[in-house]
Design a protein around this ligand. Structure first.
Ligand SMILES: NC(=O)c1ccc[n+]([C@@H]2O[C@H](COP(=O)([O-])OP(=O)(O)OC[C@H]3O[C@@H](n4cnc5c(N)ncnc54)[C@H](OP(=O)(O)O)[C@@H]3O)[C@@H](O)[C@H]2O)c1
Length: 314
């Protein structure tokens, strides 16, 4: 069996661009959806052209043109969607319903990976408002996929390092503190931190793997399952200095959530609460739930450990 041909939708995005790179690196014929709506966005166009330079094939298509989408989907075996989630940058994840329709009509797709790449929405029914919206919408897409009998894999990527590790999981900054750090509670709840390029590598590894057909792939390599305190210790070692530590309680986080009108901040605080107080990324057994873990399936991937990831910030 040859390598599957891949279409990436949402390719110029934060995770999408890495998935295009990984797909090309692993030798897949890689198509990238070029939406006419990007108009005069020169940065996006330049990025698309850079994909083309690296060997990707640009294919025009719009979410407002069903036939065009079907034609694009017909060219490939695997579709990976990496569209934005709600609140943080945009509100488009439900547009994927149109993609599911196109995949259903085209009838040739062997695997669809919808835009997931975060926490497992099927475990977040209890999530706080308004952050729950992203999980609810991802579940709407899952139901549409399963109702249409489209073969799928859901990739749970846990915490992207750029958002959660580089800043030692501090709010409102993307760089690590050098003097003081705030710990969530005792700082001992385990989370999972990932290099985004590794998420893309595992994502492409899985598309032709029968073991992950109609399953959830959790990207949770053992050495990257760390408490916030352990992450801070790695940073302290790199800079050769101890940070002053203060702690914030779960109740304080909930009060902050209530006290702000900024929807993005509210959603973010809710997600932090679930991750760093409830331990929602690590409080279950992947195998017992009948799913797969990426580093176990693909031991040949030498995933980036967080001491390595943090080095660039020194
Ligand atoms: N685990 C984590 O820590 C973490 C962090 C952030 C995001 N995520 C998840 O990762 C996934 C992708 O998020 P991201 O941050 O990579 O997304 P992003 O960079 O905000 O956007 C991805 C792409 O969505 C497409 N898009 C935006 N508006 C659109 C519209 N109106 N119509 C059609 N396409 C549109 C664009 O693609 P084109 O212009 O190229 O077509 C854009 O580049 C989401 O499911 C999100 O929840 C996880």
């Amino acid at each position: 069996m040859g390598k599957s041909k891949v279409l990436v939708v949402g390719a110029t995005g934060y995770i999408g661009r890495r998935i295009v790179k990984a797909s090309l690196a692993q030798g897949h014929t890689t198509y990238v959806l070029q939406r006419p709506e990007i108009g005069l966005d020169i940065e996006k166009l330049q990025m698309l052209l850079s994909f083309k330079k690296e060997g990707a094939i640009l294919v025009e298509g719009s979410f407002s043109d069903h036939k065009g989408l079907v034609d694009a989907v017909k060219k490939v075996d695997v579709v990976i969607c990496t569209m934005s989630g709600v609140h943080f940058r945009s509100h488009n994840i439900l547009l994927q319903l149109k993609l599911v329709e196109a995949i259903k009509e085209a009838g040739n797709v062997k695997r669809f990976l919808p835009s997931e790449f975060g926490m497992d929405p099927s475990r977040m029914e209890h999530a706080l408002e308004p952050g729950n919206e992203t999980f609810d919408q991802k579940m709407v897409i899952r139901r549409a996929i399963e109702d249409a009998n489209v073969p799928f894999t859901y990739v749970i990527a846990n915490c992207f390092g750029g958002y959660f590790a580089g800043n030692l999981s501090q709010f409102a900054t993307l760089v690590p503190p050098r003097v003081k750090v705030t710990l969530y509670g005792d700082g001992n709840v385990k989370a999972i931190f990932m290099d985004e390029d590794d998420v893309a590598t595992y994502t492409i590894k899985t598309i032709d793997d029968p073991r992950t057909l109609n399953k959830t792939l959790y990207v949770a390599p053992p050495e990257n399952i760390l408490s916030q305190r352990q992450l801070v210790e790695k940073w302290e070692k790199l800079i050769g200095r101890q940070l002053e530590k203060t702690s914030i309680s779960g109740q304080d986080i909930l009060a902050m959530l209530k006290g702000t009108d900024d929807i993005g901040a509210k959603a973010g605080l809710g997600h932090f609460y679930h991750i760093f107080y409830e331990g929602c990324l690590t409080n279950f057994d992947i195998k017992e739930e009948g799913h797969e873990e990426a580093s176990k399936l693909y031991p040949d991937v030498n995933y980036t450990r967080m001491e390595q990831y943090l080095k660039i910030y020194v």
